[in-house]
Design a protein around this ligand. Structure first.
Ligand SMILES: [Zn+2]
Length: 180
């Protein structure tokens, strides 16, 4: 009998250390497949955290056929695993993997820069055995920050970027970006 695996979800704003936690979790395991969305072309075929840790990862836009062979699957940037960047339903694919006994760890943004939840992350949090909520430091005041703000409006909801485009903000300092 296969014992169901565990689904652990790390959420928080940009700059909260989600990738670092995923990489650390992956490095505690020996039989692990790390996945990143091929929409995210930063850092090539690696997960890279801002603290400098990194891990070889497979870029994917569909559930990998050989994922069944792994006991542990780590998946970063969960909010990007949606149409048209992903072919399929990532939540169902992850739940199937868990049913087969795989332990799955997902990181992602719980909300976008408008503070609107990413539906795919909400679904994963609902299914998770454990949800770990991380906070960043507010770019303005340094207080714990739960929100991602965009420094300027680009018209794109799903958009990779770093400090040139995003900042973490606390309740008091979060704002929508100015219209161009
Ligand atoms: Zn603040």
């Amino acid at each position: 009998m296969t014992v169901k695996g565990r689904l652990v979800v790390y959420v928080g704003p940009m700059f909260a250390g989600k990738s670092a936690h995923l990489i650390a979790a992956a490095k505690r395991e020996t039989d692990v497949l790390a996945l990143k969305p091929d929409f995210d072309t930063r850092d090539g075929s690696e997960l890279v955290s801002r603290d400098g840790s990194h891990l070889a990862a497979v870029s994917a836009n569909v559930w990998p056929a050989d994922a069944d062979r792994y006991d542990h699957i780590v998946l970063d940037e969960g909010q990007f695993w949606v149409s048209p960047h992903y072919n399929g339903d990532i939540v169902q694919d992850i739940l199937q993997a868990r049913l087969r006994g795989a332990h799955v760890t997902v990181g992602g943004l719980d909300t976008d820069y408008r503070r609107v939840p990413f539906d795919v992350m909400t679904r994963l949090m609902d299914e998770a055995d454990e949800v770990i909520v991380l906070k960043a430091h507010c770019h303005v005041c340094g207080a714990p920050a739960a929100w991602t703000a965009k420094t300027h409006e680009t018209g794109h909801l799903l958009e990779t970027g770093d400090q040139e485009l995003y900042e973490a903000r606390c309740d008091a300092h979060w704002t929508l970006p100015d219209r161009p």
